[in-house]
Design a protein around this ligand. Structure first.
Ligand SMILES: Cc1cc2nc3c(=O)[nH]c(=O)nc-3n(C[C@H](O)[C@H](O)[C@H](O)COP(=O)(O)OP(=O)(O)OC[C@H]3O[C@@H](n4cnc5c(N)ncnc54)[C@H](O)[C@@H]3O)c2cc1C
Length: 290
C-alpha cells in the first residue's frame, strides 16, 4: 500500500532533530525504517513529518569505557554482530544480532529503533534486560538515563517520549561470565515466538547470581525475576535445579495469543528456550537456535 503524504527531512545533527521534533507534536523519527515504514505503508502509523536520524554520526558507533560500553542508537544490527571487540566483551550481543531476521533487515535496522519500538517479539529488549543496560535519552529539557528494567512499559511502548531521542545504550562492564541466547523464530519474519537471554555471574566455579531476559511471550519483554532469585542460592546448574527454575519462571506471566501461537504454547516454548539457554550458559555453550 501507499502511505499518506509525508514531508521527509534528513536531520543534520541531534540538535536539529530535536528542533524538528519540537516543531510538530506528530513528527516521527526515522532510523533504519524497518519497523516504521512497513507500518506507514499499511496505514497503521502516520505522520506529517519524518525526521531521518539514521545517518547522524553522533548516534553511530561503539565506544569502550573502563566500566561500560556505549553503543550509538543508530548502530545497525549487522555492525553490532560484526564487531570483534564487542563480541569478546559481550558475546550476547553477537548472538542476538546474528539471529535477527535476515541480512537485509540486519544491514538497515538499528538497535535504537528496535528498543524504542518495543515490539514484544524483538530480540534486543531481552538482551538489554539480561545485560542491565541503561538508555540515554536526549530531549529539549536535557539528558536522562532509564534502566532497561523501566524502559519497556507496554505493548509497542517504551519510556522514550515523542520529543526525545534515544542517543546511546550503555552496558556495564565487566559483562556476565557465562551467557546464552535461545530463540524459537517465527518461520516467516524471524521474530521471536519465544526467546531467553541468560547472563550468569560466577566466582570461580560458583554461580553467584544472574539475569534472565525473555521476549516473545508477553506484551513486553520482561525479566524472569522468580527464576533469577534461584540463581543466587548456590545454583549448580543440575538438571533438577533447572527443571524447578523453569517451572517457576512464568507463573505470573499473561501470555500473548495470536493466530500463530496460543498462550499455553508460548509459555511451553518459553520454558524450553529458558531450559536450553540455562544449560548452554552453565556448560559455556553459546546456543542460539531452538
Ligand atoms: C521482515 C522483518 C523481519 C524482522 N525480524 C526481526 C527479528 O527477527 N528480530 C527483531 O528484533 N526485529 C526484527 N525486525 C525489526 C527490525 O529489527 C527493525 O529494524 C527494528 O525493530 C526497528 O529499527 P529501525 O532502525 O528500522 O527503526 P525505525 O523503523 O526507523 O523506527 C522504529 C520506531 O522507533 C523510533 N525511533 C527510531 N530510532 C529512534 C531513536 N534513536 N530515538 C527515538 N526513537 C527512535 C521511530 O520513530 C519509530 O517509532 C524485523 C523487521 C522486518 C521488516
Amino acid at each position: 500500500m501507499i502511505p499518506y503524504p509525508v514531508e521527509y527531512v534528513r536531520a543534520t545533527s541531534v540538535t536539529h532533530a530535536l528542533e524538528l521534533l519540537a516543531s510538530d507534536s506528530d513528527a516521527k523519527l526515522l532510523a533504519g525504517g524497518h519497523s516504521l515504514i512497513p507500518l506507514m505503508k499499511l496505514r497503521l502509523a502516520s505522520t506529517p513529518l519524518l525526521i531521518d536520524i539514521g545517518r547522524l554520526p553522533e548516534l553511530h558507533g561503539i565506544e569502550f569505557h573502563p566500566d561500560h560500553v556505549a553503543i550509538g542508537a543508530a548502530t545497525t544490527h549487522a555492525e553490532l554482530g560484526d564487531h570483534p571487540g564487542l563480541a569478546e566483551l559481550l558475546p550476547l550481543i553477537r548472538l542476538a544480532a546474528g539471529v535477527i531476521a535476515d541480512p537485509t533487515v540486519r544491514n538497515r535496522g538499528t538497535i535504537g529503533g528496535s528498543l524504542v519500538n518495543a515490539d514484544p517479539s524483538a530480540d534486543w529488549p531481552a538482551i538489554m534486560l539480561a545485560l542491565d543496560a541503561r538508555m540515554e535519552l536526549i530531549g529539549a529539557g536535557g539528558t536522562r538515563e532509564v534502566a532497561a528494567d523501566a524502559f519497556f512499559v507496554g505493548f509497542m511502548s517504551s519510556a522514550a517520549q515523542q520529543d526525545e531521542i534515544l542517543a546511546r545504550i550503555r552496558i556495564p562492564l565487566p559483562g556476565p561470565d557465562r551467557v546464552a541466547y535461545r530463540k524459537f523464530r517465527h518461520p516467516a519474519s524471524g521474530y521471536a515466538v519465544a526467546a531467553a537471554a541468560v547472563a550468569l555471574q560466577y566466582a570461580g566455579d560458583t554461580c553467584t547470581g544472574g539475569r534472565i531476559g525473555m521476549t516473545g511471550l508477553a506484551a513486553t519483554a520482561f525479566r524472569a525475576s522468580a527464576a533469577e532469585a534461584m540463581l543466587g542460592r548456590g545454583f549448580t546448574g543440575s538438571a533438577e535445579e533447572i527443571g524447578r527454575l523453569v517451572e517457576t519462571a512464568f507463573v505470573d506471566v499473561t501470555p500473548l495469543e495470536d493466530n500463530f501461537a496460543s498462550g499455553d504454547y508460548r509459555i511451553q516454548l518459553g520454558k524450553v528456550m529458558l531450559k536450553r539457554a540455562l544449560e548452554d550458559a552453565v556448560s559455556r555453550e553459546y546456543g542460539i537456535e531452538s
